[in-house]
Design a binder for this molecule. Structure first.
Ligand SMILES: Cc1cc2nc3c(=O)[nH]c(=O)nc-3n(C[C@H](O)[C@H](O)[C@H](O)COP(=O)(O)OP(=O)(O)OC[C@H]3O[C@@H](n4cnc5c(N)ncnc54)[C@H](O)[C@@H]3O)c2cc1C
Length: 507
C-alpha cells in the first residue's frame, strides 16, 4: 500500500514533467500535434495478438511499477507482447509516428533504463516459452532456447529435470534479457563463464523492424517486407554479448549452452557481527557465503575449513549445508520484490586488494549515512573460467576478464520513504571513490551518475560498440541512460532523454 500511496504523488509529478518534456523533445509525445490520434492507436491495437494497457486500466498500474521504485515512470501505453510479430509491429508503429520507445522485461534495472515518461513501452515479460535440444551439434551437454520473459528460477527448474545446469542470475525475478545483454554473472561463473560466454544465438527486432537471428557464424535478417538475407557478419551478435539492453534491438529469444551439473553443491555461510562503539547493539554484519561445486569431502574442503575455523570466537554463526543440486541451493535465494536505493560498482583485480581498499570499506561501513538508510557491500566472486575468454571476444569490459570480484555497494532506504534527499548525491560520491579501486564497472549494477560511463562500462570495446550502434540504429531510436550511443542525447532535469537533432519529426 505504501507503493500505491507514493503513486498518487508521482502522478502529479508526471503531469509537470511531461509538460516540460514536450517543449524540448523532438520525439512525438502525448499532447504533441504529431502524436498518433486515438483512432490510429486503436487501429494499431487491432493488429496485435498482445494487449495494450492504458493508464486508466488496473493492469497498467501493476505493470508500470519498476522494481527499483524510484524510477517508476509513466509510459503512454504498455504493449504486452505475445510474440515477436507484436514486437515488430510496435517498433514499426512507434517508428512511423516518431514515438519514444522503452523496453522492459522485469523492470529490475537499477537506474530505470527500462521505462520512460510518455513512451510506448514494449513489455516482454509474458513471452516465456522454452525449448530444450539435447542433441545439439554446438554443445555436447545440449542447449536451451528461452523467450526473453523467462525468469531464472523457472529455467533452473526446467533444466534440473533433465539433469543439466545453466549460467543465470541468482535472483528469481530478474529476466534473461537485460541480464544477458549486459554480461550476466552467476554463482557458477567461475566454473562455466559469464552468460554471454554461454550464449549460442539470439533473436531480436532491430530499430527498423528487421527480425534478426544471430550467432557467432552468421546473421540472418528477415525484413518487414518479407525478404531475407544471410551474411557472415557477426557484429550484432558480438554487440549483444555485453553491449547492454535497450540499445541494439529488442531481444525475443536467447539460446544458451547447457552444462552437466557438479556431483554435489555444498553451501558454506559464516557471519561476523560488526560492533560499532556507541551504537545500540550490533551495527551490522559481514557474511561470507560460498558454494562448493563438488563432493563434500574433497581437496577444496580444506579451503572452506580455513574459513570455517577463522576466528571462531568472532563468529555469530558458521555452517555447511549439503544443497545437493544447484536448484536446491537456488530456491533458498531470496530477492525483494521492490526496493529503493542507490547502487555503485567496481570490478576488482588481484592488484586492487590493497590496504587502501580495506580502509575504504571499513570507513564506509562505519559511517552512519542517515538514520533512514542502510549501507551494504556485496562482492561476487569472479575469475576462473571467465578468465579463459579473450578481452575482445565479447563486448563486456575487458576488466571482467581479469577481475576476481564484482563489488557492488548500495545505500538503501525503505520503499515508502519519500524524502531520501541527499542519499543519491552521497551515493554518487562513494561510487566515484569505489570505482578508483578496480578496472571497469558492471553496467547492470552501476550507478546513474558515472561520468565516463563509456570507458567505465566497456573500456576498449566501446569504440566498436559505438560503430555497430551507428550502423544498426543510426537514429538512436533505442536509447537509454548510460547506454551505447546515448552521449548524442541531451538529458534534461526530469531524466527524460531527447533524441539528437538529426531525427526528423514525423507528423
Ligand atoms: C535482486 C537482483 C539480483 C541480481 N542478481 C544478479 C546476478 O546474480 N548476476 C548479474 O549478472 N546481475 C544480477 N542483477 C542485475 C541484473 O542483471 C540487472 O538488473 C538487469 O538489468 C536485469 O535485467 P531485466 O531484463 O530483468 O530488467 P529490465 O529492467 O526489464 O531491463 C534491463 C535493461 O535491459 C533492457 N531490456 C529489457 N528487456 C529487453 C529485451 N527483451 N531486449 C533488449 N533489451 C531489453 C531494458 O530496456 C533495460 O535497459 C540482479 C539484480 C537484482 C535486482
Amino acid at each position: 500500500t505504501m507503493v500505491l500511496s507514493s503513486f498518487a504523488w508521482r502522478g502529479l509529478a508526471l503531469a509537470v514533467l511531461v509538460k516540460v518534456c514536450l517543449s524540448v523533445s523532438n520525439r512525438c509525445l502525448p499532447g504533441d500535434d504529431c502524436f498518433p490520434t486515438n483512432l490510429e492507436v486503436i487501429k494499431f491495437m487491432e493488429t496485435l495478438d498482445g494487449t495494450l494497457h492504458f493508464p486508466h486500466m488496473a493492469s497498467y498500474d501493476t505493470l508500470v511499477v519498476q522494481r527499483e521504485t524510484i524510477y517508476t515512470k509513466f509510459p503512454f501505453a504498455i504493449m504486452e507482447a505475445k510474440n515477436i510479430n507484436d514486437v515488430q509491429k510496435s517498433v514499426l508503429f512507434a517508428r512511423k509516428w516518431n514515438m519514444l520507445v522503452s523496453v522492459k522485461t522485469s523492470g529490475h534495472d537499477f537506474i530505470g533504463r527500462s521505462t520512460a515518461h510518455g513512451s510506448l513501452m514494449i513489455y516482454l515479460g509474458s513471452m516465456n516459452d522454452t525449448k530444450v535440444n539435447l542433441s545439439s551439434t554446438r554443445n555436447p551437454a545440449g542447449e536451451i532456447t528461452c523467450e526473453s520473459g523467462n525468469t531464472w528460477l523457472k529455467v533452473y527448474n526446467e533444466v534440473d529435470k533433465i539433469n543439466r545446469v545453466i549460467i543465470g542470475g541468482s535472483a528469481h525475478t530478474v529476466s534473461m534479457a537485460g541480464y544477458t545483454l549486459g554480461g550476466g554473472h552467476s554463482p557458477m561463473s567461475r566454473m562455466f563463464g559469464m552468460a554471454v560466454d554461454n550464449l549460442l544465438e539470439l533473436e531480436l527486432v532491430t530499430a527498423d523492424g528487421r527480425i534478426v537471428v544471430a550467432n557467432d557464424q552468421m546473421t540472418h535478417i528477415t525484413y518487414p517486407n518479407g525478404s531475407v538475407t544471410t551474411s557472415d557478419d557477426t557484429d550484432i551478435f558480438w554487440a549483444s554479448k555485453g553491449g547492454g539492453g535497450g540499445t541494439f534491438g529488442i531481444a525475443t529469444k536467447f539460446t544458451y549452452k547447457l552444462h552437466y551439473p557438479a556431483p554435489q553443491v555444498v553451501q558454506f555461510v559464516c557471519g561476523y557481527p560488526i560492533i560499532r562503539p556507541g551504537a545500540n547493539g550490533n551495527w551490522g554484519s559481514i557474511v561470507l557465503a560460498m558454494n562448493h561445486y563438488g563432493n563434500y569431502v574433497s581437496a577444496s574442503r580444506r579451503y572452506m575449513d580455513d574459513l570455517f575455523f577463522f576466528h571462531k570466537e568472532w563468529q555469530s554463526f558458521c555452517y555447511y549445508v549439503n544443497r545437493t543440486t544447484f536448484l536446491d541451493y537456488e530456491v533458498t535465494a531470496k530477492d525483494p520484490e521492490f526496493y529503493s536505493g542507490y547502487i555503485m560498482n567496481t570490478l576488482l583485480q588481484k592488484e586492487s586488494f590493497t590496504d587502501d581498499l580495506t580502509r575504504f570499506l571499513l570507513k564506509e561501513l562505519e559511517t552512519e549515512h542517515t538514520n533512514i538508510s542502510s549501507f551494504a557491500f556485496t562482492g561476487t566472486l569472479l575469475g576462473g573460467e571467465m578468465m579463459n575468454v579473450g578481452a575482445h571476444d565479447t563486448s563486456v569490459h575487458p576488466g571482467f576478464r581479469t577481475a576476481l570480484m564484482s563489488l557492488s555497494a548500495t545505500i538503501g532506504w525503505d520503499t515508502s520513504t519519500l524524502d531520501y534527499s541527499g542519499l543519491p548525491e552521497r551515493g554518487a560520491v562513494v561510487g566515484e571513490q569505489l570505482s578508483t579501486f578496480g578496472d571497469g564497472q558492471y553496467p547492470n549494477e552501476a550507478g546513474k551518475d558515472v561520468v565516463h560511463w563509456q570507458q567505465e562500462f566497456w573500456g576498449s570495446n566501446y569504440k566498436r560498440l559505438l560503430a555497430i550502434k551507428h550502423q544498426w540504429d543510426p537514429d538512436n531510436f533505442f536509447t537509454c541512460r548510460e547506454c551505447v550511443g546515448s552521449e548524442s542525447h541531451h538529458t534534461h532535469a526530469s531524466g527524460h532523454l531527447n533524441t539528437h537533432p538529426f531525427v526528423p519529426a514525423v507528423g
